[in-house]
Each structure stands twice: as C-alpha cells, then as structure tokens.
Design a protein around this ligand. Structure first.
Ligand code: PMT
Length: 395
C-alpha cells in the first residue's frame, strides 16, 4: 500500500487494519510528506510490517529495494493518492520511494485519489487519471461530501470499507465465477394489510447477502432481489434491487432472469397475501376480524418451469419437521438442480442468526450434511457445490 501526503492519510490506518482483517499481508511505503499526517509507527503496528519511506537508511547506508516490493506485491494500492503523486506516476518523476516502487511494480495498481474539489475537477488531474486508467490502473473514485478545506464536493477519499470491496473486486476478476451472472433472492417479503400493518417473517437477509458477497468475490456479477432488510452490502460486482411484496419479488425476478447463469432463491417469500388490502387503518371496534388470504406466486416453481435449461437453479427449504422428505419434494416440484435445507429444529440455524447448519441435496439424489458454521462459510459450501454440480452437468 502506498500512502501519500493528504489529510485522508489518517484513514489509511483503518484501511490497513481492514485489509489485514480480510487476510491480506500488507507492506506500506509512504512518501516523506505522508509522515506529516500519520506516523510510520501507527502503520507499522497495524500492518505488522516495517514501513519504508526513504531510499536508504542514513544510519548504516542500507538500500530499501523498491524493486523487490514491486515484485512481492499482488496489488499496489495507493490510498490516499494526491494530485502530485498521480502527476508523478504519469510522467515518471521518480523522486521518492513510492514512485520508484510504482515504476517497478509488476502487479495491478489501484489508486484512491483524495484532494480538494477544485483540484480534483482540474483538467490536469482529470487528464492524469484518464492516462493512469488507460495504462491499466483502477481508479477508485473519491466520494462527495465535506472536505478538509470546509468546502463541499467530490474529492474525499473513498471510505476504507468500500476501498476493501474494490480490492476484492480486483482480485475477483480472476475468480472461479468470473464472467458468470448470478441472480439471488434474499430477505423477507411484506404483505400489506392496511396502511400501517403488514404480514412478514423473521428473515434478516444475512444468508442471501453472504452468498451474494462470496459469489461477487469469486468474480460473478450478482443481482440481489431483496426484501426489506437492514443488512448492508457494498461490492462493485453487486447490484441490489429492493422490493417489498411477494408479487414485487416475483416481477423483479422474472424481469432479471434473462442472462442469469445461476439463480439462488434464498428469500423467505410469503406463501399467502392479503386478498383485500384496506386503504384506511382498520379500527378495533369489532370483537373479531378475519383476514382472507390468497396464495402468492411460487417464484421458485415459475423459474423452474421457465428458465433456460443451462441456468442452474438452487432453492432453499426451511423446515420444522420431516425435513429431508419435504426438501426432496420441493426439489422435484420446483424443478431445482439443488436444494439447501435448514431446519428450525437446529440451534443456531435458519432465521436471523450469524450461523447456519445446512444439508445440500442435489438433483441426482446426493445428500451432504454440514456442521454449524458462520453464514459466510456456509455461503462458500453452497457456491462450491453449485460450481461443482454445474461443471458436472456440462461435462
Ligand atoms: O435471511 P436469514 O435471516 O439469514 O435467514 C435465512 C433463511 C432461513 C431465510 C434461508 O436460509 C432460507 O431457508 N430461505 C428459504 C425460506 C423459505 O421460504 O423456505 P420455503 O421452504 O418456504 O420455500 C422453498 C423455496 O421456495 C425457497 O427457495 C423459497 O425462496 C421459494 N419460494 C417460496 C415461496 C414462494 N412464494 N416463492 C418462492 O420462490
């Protein structure tokens, strides 16, 4: 990681920490000016690696090899990148260790600019970014908002968690699902009773979003048709389409099915909706009140009947009893290629929790049980199986 002399350098501490947390090994090269904004000690402690700033150690004359750093790295991320550094990168002004490292790097380069809005808008900066991008660098666009100058506009370095998502997307280009399109339904649906009430369920969206995140990290372009959830996901490979009711989820799934190589139906869709929705709040004057419910469209069954034969279809089954038998029935009825069973009988499985315990049943009848794991690890198991089964069906 390269850190240059911008006030946004304070965020590089959070960025280093986030990258290390994601499993990256991080070595930092700073420009001399960057040291005025954040100390090498902070970044060395967080990255667990010594920081390099100068061409040589004045105490003993030891050279810091910019060449070996550039060869060692899988990615050179410069965050924050000032206008001056981008200018030097373009014209090859190798007057500090960061630029010499850049000039000898063999890996992809990503740049997260940070500067005042007018500097950012200036044709020189824009031209430099265009040239860097033309030469293959990933530009992580700055965000708009309040700037250190007190002005408002575009120029704030992107937030560390979003930069991490961009880094994941860069590595995902070589992932096992690169070039594939995945459609996922996630979360609950809400069926309106009257303007203040609705019928819903306990789905948090965690399971569906974890699958989406993992698939995006493997290089897939993912669309999530999402019911109302509080869980958040930003990833350059993920588009989120928000819906509320089962009917809206059906319409959105239908109109996004074209081009999907695989579909994962993880949402907890209402099986019934309210037949007559009241347009005014229902009063409690009556001693009892009957709601008439009518069945919703079964999205899984519709996709199973209308998808292209090459589109892989995975469904879920959330059961309370006769789990395996019920799940196998759904697999056949809905024309699924695979079904993921989770049972309400298992502690830590199903709705809301950060964990899940699943059994995967495939079309050929194979049944594989997995232990209780985090939903992130469960997502990996599900995608590993989907990838394997899809490969087998092609061979
Ligand atoms: O969101 P979380 O809190 O993380 O919880 C995850 C989960 C428990 C919601 C998830 O793991 C799960 O089991 N999702 C499916 C829940 C469900 O509705 O199961 P089901 O057995 O009722 O439905 C079977 C399949 O048909 C599912 O793929 C479902 O998406 C689909 N379905 C159901 C009804 C309907 N009208 N349309 C559908 O497509």
């Amino acid at each position: 990681m390269g850190v240059t002399g911008s006030i946004a350098a304070y965020k590089s501490a959070l960025l280093v920490r986030a990258l290390v947390k994601e499993g990256a090994e991080v070595k930092v090269v700073m420009t001399p000016m960057a040291k005025q904004f954040i100390t090498p000690l902070t970044l060395a402690t967080l990255s667990k690696n010594p920081i390099v700033v100068d061409f040589y150690n004045p105490e003993n004359g030891d050279w810091n090899s910019h060449v070996s750093l550039g060869i060692w790295a899988d990615l050179f991320l410069i965050a924050p990148a000032t206008a001056a550094t981008m200018g030097k990168m373009v014209s090859g002004v190798a007057d500090n260790l960061l630029i010499t490292t850049y000039l000898s790097a063999k890996c992809p380069v990503a740049v997260a600019p940070a500067m005042d809005l007018d500097m950012y808008k200036h044709p020189s900066t824009q031209e430099n970014m265009r040239i860097l991008s033309e030469r293959g660098a990933y530009i992580i666009e700055p965000a708009a908002g309040e700037l250190a100058s007190g002005l408002e506009g575009k120029g704030r370095m992107e937030e560390p968690d979003r930069i991490v998502a961009h880094v994941e997307a860069i590595f995902a280009k070589e992932g096992s699902m690169a070039g594939r399109n995945l459609l996922i339904t996630a979360g609950p649906t809400c069926e309106t009773i009257d303007p203040v009430r609705y019928i819903t369920n306990h789905s948090s969206g965690k399971m569906g979003y974890a699958i989406a995140h993992e698939a995006a990290n493997r290089g897939a372009k993912v669309k999530i048709i999402s019911g109302p959830v509080t869980v958040k996901l930003f990833h350059p490979n993920v588009e989120i389409i928000n819906v509320t009711s089962a009917q809206e989820m059906f319409e959105a799934t239908k109109s996004n099915l074209d081009g999907a190589d695989a579909v994962v139906l993880c949402a907890a869709v209402a099986d019934f909706t309210v037949a007559e929705k009241a347009d005014k709040k229902i009063k409690r004057e009556k001693s009892d009140y009957n709601l008439r419910l009518t069945p919703t469209q079964d999205i899984a069954a519709w996709v199973g009947a209308n998808k292209r034969p090459s589109t892989f279809l995975a469904g879920f089954a959330l059961e309370t009893n006769d789990e395996l038998e019920n799940a196998k029935g759904k697999l056949v009825r809905k024309n699924l290629d695979m079904i993921v069973l989770n049972s309400m009988q298992d502690k830590g499985a199903g709705f809301k929790t950060d964990t899940n315990k699943i059994t995967i049943i495939s079309r050929d009848g194979a049944v594989e049980e997995f232990p209780l794991k985090s939903k992130e690890l469960v997502a990996m198991d599900i995608l590993d199986n989907m990838e394997r089964l899809q490969r087998c069906s092609k061979d």
